[in-house]
Design a protein around this ligand. Structure first.
Ligand code: GDP
Length: 528
């Protein structure tokens, strides 16, 4: 077991993928290795279960899905692993993006037959923006899929990231025989009749005759040797710095459903993935290995876990120091002290009280409404972490309240839900009558909005779908901006009065970009 201190041993990452790539399956196997769960099916069950975690909202019950994500935690070989669960199906929302801001690295899960899919691409961009290391797991090798070289090319063309295969598969689908670990020169043999019984053979290299004995298929072995040689000659060199900066992604191959390649992946990844990383703040870089005081930021708020109490849970990523239950911290934005008495940590489905936690950990704080996304909590000298960006919504509605008399509650509710980050609220710019527009990343959020305004604020709203699919924050030289503001249609402002333009399709967007070459169009509110 590796001996590390509390902070060194933390690994906090998110899994990014497109629905059905096998994220639930992979997560479950990781938890099994860590001994956090005993039975397969525990994580999977979450999608359908009526368990306490997911019965907090009727929509969840009706749809059998979890609207918000949680954090899974386990120990493995001295590492303290935190997996941030990124909601992926219909419940894809801005939360999914924000969760990535709390991660120090990401695991990109790809279905070998499908390659890079839409949602993976979107999530990847957020990781790229943050420059975090990205590890790639190519899944479902037990099925026939695409040529690995093809997939590497796709990573480069669609995502702009180069890759370094840490392992290389021998065969695929019917002929899948195993994966060769290029670093450790080990061959992990796949046995389709008993995929869990993993046989590992130490080789001296790909030319080792033991390989021929083990695989016993001349054609396959010859092909493997040829491919590996090509990789050695024409592939990228392994470069730790590039991995650290997210410019080179180490690739692993496996089959999550058969637990094949998962442990190898986990072990390499834990070694390569960063311990809790520094974050930018108003007082400069906060490095968890130097800054002794406690600090953290809120990246997600989950409301109404229990409808009877209307409590909310604010998820805090600890960025430095140690958390102890009952400690008092400064809530920097409002300049008040807060006692952190009832924090919870999430492990699979059960909630438990946390006594202590360290940089890299995520804790859930019960919150009566003091906290909002991006808030900083600290002990000692006050500072604030960089603002949490908003990400481009993909669905838009004009919103109005049905009964004018309830306008006050309506505004209050909208304000609250905007602060929680459930929706983004825009106002039309330069229109005769100012209208409010709601933007969301996943359409389900519209239902959440309607439901919550009705249940918590007793307000009925009317939503009218608008044809836009993209929002871009715009900035540039003053003169050009003035011209743009006068001439461009579909302009709105966000809650911080920043100019945002809405487009129906990519063609419209490109036309505007070509017309105003001096302006910059941002996919999130990190407008420079
Ligand atoms: P998620 O939507 O990304 O969470 O994907 P799931 O983990 O729910 O998996 C989607 C489907 O793919 C399920 O039917 C899984 O059993 C299947 N699956 C996951 N991993 C593998 C694998 O390695 N091989 C094969 N053949 N199927 C897999």
């Amino acid at each position: 077991m590796t001996k590390m201190n509390e902070i060194e041993s933390r690994r906090t990452f998110a899994i990014i993928s497109h629905p059905d790539a096998g994220k639930t399956t992979l997560t479950e196997k990781l938890l099994l290795f860590g001994g956090a769960i005993r039975e397969a099916g525990t994580v999977k069950g979450r999608k359908n279960s009526k368990h306490a975690m997911s019965d907090w909202m009727e929509i969840e019950k009706q749809r059998g899905i979890s609207v918000t994500s949680s954090v899974l935690e386990f120990l493995y070989d001295g590492y303290h692993v935190n997996i941030l669960d990124t909601p992926g199906h219909q419940d894809f929302s801005e939360d999914t993006y924000r969760t990535l801001t709390a991660a120090d690295s990401a695991t990109m899960l790809i279905d070998v037959a499908k390659g890079v899919e839409a949602q993976t691409k979107k999530l990847f961009k957020v990781c790229k923006m943050r420059g975090i290391p990205i590890f790639t797991f190519i899944n479902k090798l037990d099925r026939q899929g695409r040529d690995p070289f093809d997939l590497m090319e796709e990573l480069e063309n669609l995502l702009g990231i180069r890759s370094y295969p840490m392992g290389w598969p021998i065969g695929m689908g019917q002929s899948f025989s195993g994966v060769y670990d290029r670093m450790e020169k080990k061959l992990e043999l796949y046995n389709p009749d008993n995929p869990k019984a993993i046989d590992i053979i130490q080789l001296t290299g790909p030319d080792d005759p033991k390989l021929d004995e083990a695989i016993n298929d001349e054609g396959l072995v010859a092909q493997f040797r040829e491919e590996l040689e090509l990789l050695d000659v024409a592939g990228d060199d392994y470069d730790v710095e590039k991995v650290k900066n997210g410019e080179l992604t180490p690739i692993f191959f496996g089959s999550a459903v058969s637990s094949f390649g998962v442990q190898t992946f986990l072990e390499h990844m834990l070694k390569l993935a960063p311990a809790p990383t520094p974050r930018m703040s108003t007082k400069g870089v906060v490095n968890p290995f130097e800054h002794q005081g406690f600090s953290g930021f809120i990246f997600k708020i989950q409301a109404n876990m229990n409808p009877a109490h209307r409590d909310r849970i604010a998820f805090l990523r600890i960025t430095s120091g140690k958390f102890e239950r009952g400690m008092t911290v400064k809530h920097v934005r409002i300049g008040k002290n807060l006692k952190l008495a009832q924090p919870t940590q999430f492990l699979a489905q059960s909630r438990s009280l946390v006594e202590e936690a360290y940089a890299g950990d995520i804790i859930g704080l019960f919150d009566p409404g003091n906290l909002r996304i991006g808030d900083t909590l600290v002990t000692g000298e006050a500072f604030e972490f960089d603002e949490m960006p908003h990400f481009s919504p993909e669905h838009f509605c004009a919103i109005t309240v049905k009964e004018a008399l309830k306008h006050k509650s309506y505004e209050k509710g909208l304000h609250q839900l905007t602060e929680e980050g459930a929706i983004q609220l825009f106002k039309t710019f330069n229109s005769y009558v100012e209208k409010q527009i709601v933007g969301v990343v996943g359409v389900l959020q519209f239902e959440v909005l309607e439901h919550r305004l009705k249940n918590e604020y007793h307000v009925d709203i009317q939503l009218e779908r608008l044809p836009y699919s993209f929002a871009r924050w715009v900035n540039g030289p003053v003169k050009e901006m003035e011209k743009f503001k006068k001439a461009q249609r579909n302009l709105v402002t966000d809650r911080d009065e920043r100019i945002v333009v809405l487009f129906e399709n990519e063609f419209q967007m490109r036309t505007a970009m070509d017309k105003y070459p001096e302006l910059r169009f941002y996919e999130n509110s990190f407008v420079k």
